[in-house]
Design a protein around this ligand. Structure first.
Ligand code: XIL
Length: 404
């Protein structure tokens, strides 16, 4: 069996079952990350998994950097919530995606209900961005500069910024962010833009608008708050690259079940959908990473906002890995080792790591070897169950056993 240097290094690492970021990087992505929030950081078991850089290479504060927290009253800045997560990421050695600067929601009423003219609101936006981005200068891999500025039909959402400044507020915000931290990647971020349609066309328009105004825009963030059964496509990403950004990312991925309690077939479909999103990112060279909107159902925002729906993440409420974790891991592992996974790019430079001399289809083949970290068992598993020398097949959850 031949291994590339990169794969050899990957496999030489101590066998930990936590591995999504490690595999994502081996597959050519920059990170696999998670959002988190301040209230959860007192949960030790939760933080242990969150801080494992084999599992998560990037954090996003779920709330603490939003306007309502950073500038709750005019000219009065507070960074304690955002700083807590920025510090955690820094001490763990994780990238930080910073979120978000100009957004109609979680915006204090002094901004949304103020009586502004274009001059005064321009000053408010500039002051906010220069302070907040300045505070985090050098710490943010990326900033979501403008968030959710589009209606579903692709027209601009009515909000205080648009009402007073028209579409000029996009370039204003991107210019201010670039001035305050020239090295941060600057993103437009929105939901329901993972597939072609009116809203995706609206994003293309925004990217072109910002660039035409001479401002820097580096990326488009596809939030990807999806419902089980929906699947994103690569063509939306390609349209953003065509409009002039150099990178795209899935920034807030969760895939909710529309009715609870979840059934095993629902969880299986969810796993499949998570795999589809992962494959879509791997297939697009410009897609640099995937961030899930927290990693466990214990702390998901979904049930609070979409009553009766949920179980949207890849770990359950007891911090056990779900089938979706298994699928993401398998897709990343396949891409990392050149073993498939739907990729069409040349991200991974490694050679095949799993050998199997019998076809899969019901009975588990025996004349085969699963290398370290590969799947070797679990409900419905019909693949190889023999672990490579030095590793043993260990149960992760009912659906997934792994050679460790
Ligand atoms: C959500 C947070 O997760 C919740 O805690 C908060 O109550 C509302 O906002 N799109 C975004 C995120 O850009 O900032 C939102 O986060 C989820 C939707």
């Amino acid at each position: 069996m031949l291994y590339s240097t990169a794969l050899t290094a990957l496999l030489a690492l101590p066998g930990a079952s936590a591995q999504l970021n490690k595999l994502a990087k081996a597959a050519g992505l920059l990170y696999f990350g998670s959002a988190t929030d301040n209230g959860e950081l007192s949960d030790r078991s939760y933080v242990n998994i969150l801080s494992n850089t084999d599992e998560f290479g990037q954090l996003t504060p779920g709330n603490g950097q939003k306007w309502q927290y950073t500038e709750p009253s005019r000219g009065s800045f507070s960074y304690s919530s955002g700083d807590q997560i920025a510090s955690l990421a820094a001490s763990n050695g994780q990238l930080l995606r910073c979120h978000t600067l100009v957004w109609y929601s979680q915006l204090p009423s002094w901004v949304s209900s103020g009586s502004w003219n274009s001059q005064t609101l321009t000053s408010v936006v500039n002051t906010h961005i220069s302070n907040v981005v300045g505070h985090y200068k050098g710490k943010c891999y990326a900033w979501d500069v403008v968030n959710e500025a589009l209606n579903e039909d692709g027209t601009y959402r009515t909000n205080v910024f648009y009402n007073v400044l028209g579409d000029s507020y996009f370039a204003l915000a991107f210019k201010a962010a670039a001035a305050a931290d020239p090295n941060a990647k600057l993103y437009y971020n929105d939901y329901n833009i993972e597939n072609p349609g009116s809203k995706q066309a609206g994003v293309v328009k925004i990217v072109k608008l910002v660039k035409a105004a001479g401002a820097k825009i580096d990326g488009v963030g596809m939030q990807a708050h999806l419902i089980v059964g929906s699947t994103p496509s690569q063509s939306a990403m390609q349209s953003y690259v065509g409009a002039g950004v150099t990178e795209v990312a899935y920034t807030e991925l969760d895939i909710r079940l529309s009715s609870l309690p979840s059934s095993s077939s629902g969880l299986a479909q969810q796993a499949n959908d998570y795999g589809t999103v992962t494959k879509a990112c791997l297939a697009e060279k410009a897609c640099i990473g995937i961030t899930i909107w927290d990693y466990t159902d214990k702390y998901s925002w979904i049930p609070g906002v979409f009553p009766g729906q949920g179980d949207a993440l890849i770990y359950d409420s007891n911090l056990n890995k779900k089938p979706a974790w298994t699928t993401v891991s398998s897709v990343l592992a396949a891409a990392a080792t050149g073993g498939g996974g739907g990729t069409t790019t040349t991200r991974a430079t490694t050679t095949t790591m799993v050998t199997s001399t019998t076809t899969q289809g019901g009975s588990n083949p025996t004349s085969c070897t699963v290398v370290q970290w590969g799947q070797c068992g679990g409900q419905g598993w019909s693949g190889c169950t023999v672990c490579a020398a030095g590793t043993t097949c260990q149960v992760g959850n009912p659906w997934y056993s792994q050679c460790l």
